[in-house]
Design a protein around this ligand. Sequence first.
Ligand code: PLP
Length: 451
Amino acid sequence: HLPTAELQALDAAHHMHPFTTGNELAEKGARVIMRAKGVTLTDSEGNEILDGMAGLWCVNIGYGREELAEVAARQIRELPFYNTFFQTTHVPAIALASKLAELAPGDLNHVFFAGSGSEANDTNIRMVRTYWAMKGKPSKSIIISRKNAYHGSSMGSGSLGGMTYMHAQGGMPIPDIHHINQPHWWAEGGDSTPAEFGLARARELETAIGELGEDRVAAFIAEPIQGAGGVIIPPETYWPEIQRICDKYEILLIADEVICGFGRTGNWFGSQTLGIRPDIMTIAKGLSSGYAPIGGSIVSDEVAGVIGSGEFNHGYTYSGHPVASAVALENLRILEEENVIDHVRDVAGPYMKEKWQALADHPLVGEARIVGLMGSIALTPHKESRAKFASDEGTVGLICRERCFANNLVMRHVGDRMVMSPPLVIQPTEIDTMIDRAGRALDECYAEVKS
Ligand code: PLP
């Protein structure tokens, strides 16, 4: 292949990257990833890097699984594409929808496919509003979401998201989306206990319903554990109270399982770990372990029944794409037959939790929490007071991310929090190496921040 510098120059000249400044690319160049196996990436300079982020929270079964390549090749030969519009279907979409109905909790028995999590959340916006309109309540159109949430980058899903820096560009949010506070006790809980704070933040949903009008609120959407917002694990009191409020006011509950789904928290779905009974679940990422782009909405009998009683004028060319569906189905087979979710719950998750304590003891670390294989640490200049750094939010996080890279480890920074979410097939010895490297990166970051 071309030398790294030439690849980087071409990349900077012609490739517009998501969430990246052009100048950064031109000055420093992007790291070029060439191939990967298991939990290890190899870059164009031959560096072997441990992937603490499973790609972008998605490569749940790890890299390099030949079975998925074979299934994709076979499906491309047999039927590379056919649509699922206008009363046509095909075996991969039928098989995947049936499997998802079997795996999903409760009466979530129906799947509307999309090409990504963003598209699936756009589907959800239209689906819940259409549901209420078809039930004779068209005024129920407001969707309540949370600040700091990430639900995608399209106009609809970006509006559901609570990232203000995203809303500042391009005219988001769309109308009738309302955001309440997130339940982040460590950063915002003040003198309250986590239990009190969890309840108080959940009750903001009830207050919002009261202010906006019960007859105008269609749905509440949230991730079981907020991921891209920095892996914010809610206090135990939070979700039961949210569930009670949604039940009481007949608000549809949408669990965005794009990150939490497919084993990340030690169950098939984060809703099972957190005790949530959603009406709709958004899925993507781990559905195919990122080997093919696919997402979708898994919908309850009630919602699907109402929507299906008319025509839902909505769909994507790649809804139920045969190759992506076949790859996803094979991925689910591997997750199931190789007991990957049990491995997260019984082996890798508990082992990682033990190791997480070592990070918690580091002088630069405040909060350190993990559920399954979804963990985060907050960087702080002062543990006891839970203080923030004087520098702009994210400055120290960025230094830490760079120090991770220098130690051949990918961790993500979200402001001044560091996030880890490795492939689910990670083994204890690999966890040891990952935590060692993270510890070294923290030491180096601490030395730099102190000086
Ligand atoms: N929902 C959540 C919770 C996500 O984390 C993401 C992506 O990170 C999305 C939705 C959007 O998914 P996609 O990037 O596949 O559009």
